[in-house]
Write a protein that binds this ligand. Structure first.
Ligand code: AMP
Ligand code: ZN
Length: 113
């Protein structure tokens, strides 16, 4: 398996892991775009948002739930934060294992760039 994020899941390469359970893993982004920038991924390899199957829906919900839990722990849940998932080239996806970006600790503008 050549997937970078599967390698982090399998401890083949290091990740700065902040949360793990049976279904999801969360780790600090290598190139943070905010004071807190964490990636939350399913342990199941799913390449893009377009590849999500109906049987994955509980796991996908857990990504969002985990983002909110981490935001609460970090103390920026109430002030607000940004959650992003990029899909394919035009959406800015560079790693083809779906991941939720959780960014907090600064103010975000809209529309996103
Ligand atoms: P995206 O452009 O949405 O596919 O996001 C990929 C993200 O993965 C980027 O924010 C990168 O900084 C991040 N990234 C790439 N390699 C690693 C790594 N080994 N550990 C942590 N984050 C990574
Ligand atoms: Zn993968």
């Amino acid at each position: 398996m050549e997937c970078l994020f599967c390698k982090i899941i399998n401890r083949e390469i290091p990740g700065d892991i902040v949360y793990e359970d049976d279904e999801v893993l969360a780790f600090n982004d290598l190139n943070p775009q905010a004071p807190t920038h964490i990636l939350i991924i399913p342990k199941k390899h799913i390449a893009t948002l377009n590849d999500i199957e109906e049987s994955d829906l509980a796991t996908i919900g857990r990504l969002q739930y985990t983002a909110a839990q981490i935001a609460k722990e970090k103390g920026f849940a109430d002030e607000g934060y940004r959650v992003v998932m990029n899909c394919n080239d035009m959406g800015g996806q560079t790693v083809y294992h779906i991941h939720m970006h959780l960014m907090g600790g600064r103010e975000f503008t809209w529309p996103a760039g």
